[in-house]
Design a protein around this ligand. Structure first.
Ligand SMILES: CC(C)(COP(=O)(O)OP(=O)(O)OC[C@H]1O[C@@H](n2cnc3c(N)ncnc32)[C@H](O)[C@@H]1OP(=O)(O)O)[C@@H](O)C(=O)NCCC(=O)NCCS
Length: 148
């Protein structure tokens, strides 16, 4: 399995996964929004491939420097693995890649909301929600930086 940045011509393969991840609004502009995300260096949309087949994706955004710390806040918007490819390490690989992206950008925080069925997955990664919420638990990783 390979994890890498998505390219625009993968959209037909990726679209069903994006639609299964959650509610899609304004469908007529969905493709345009995908292209804009791929073009924007403050976003990263990664795909997991098994023999050229897109089996998962994740999309994150760097919201830019915090006023006082000067370091970024990165939010993971989506993490999705196709049901037939689950429980074989794809989600873990995608999440690791997002975490690495946030670290490379010298982020202070990586934040996201989990879904109602992702709690066990994050627990296996050693991550617990910062507030208990059975439907949309919030998560945060605070990266350590030297003071100053
Ligand atoms: C959550 C999700 C991304 C996990 O993807 P995945 O590819 O199945 O996860 P992995 O195979 O990498 O699992 C990593 C570990 O978590 C465990 N795990 C994953 N899902 C689990 C579940 N539902 N119940 C129990 N354990 C689970 C795996 O067994 C594995 O355990 P290990 O540490 O012993 O190896 C996937 O189920 C999914 O796309 N769900 C729908 C969307 C969603 O909820 N996204 C997350 C919210 S942002």
């Amino acid at each position: 399995m390979d994890v890498r940045v998505a390219v625009k011509n993968e959209w037909p393969q990726l679209r069903p996964l994006v639609e299964e991840m959650g509610t899609v609004e304004d469908r007529s502009h969905l493709r345009q929004r995908f292209d804009a995300v791929v073009d924007d260096p403050t976003h990263v949309l990664l795909v997991a491939l098994q023999e050229q087949d897109v089996v998962g994706y994740t999309w994150s955004q760097d919201f830019g420097p915090h006023l006082r710390s000067g370091r970024s806040i990165v939010r993971m918007h989506d993490l999705f693995v196709r049901p037939d490819a689950r429980l074989s390490g794809v989600g873990r690989s995608l999440f690791r890649a997002v975490r690495a992206w946030a670290t490379e950008r010298d982020a202070s925080w990586l934040q996201w909301h989990g879904g109602s069925e992702s709690r066990e997955f994050y627990a296996h990664l050693g991550i617990e929600p910062i507030v208990e919420d059975p439907n949309r638990p919030p998560y945060e990783i605070a990266f350590k930086h030297p003071a100053g």
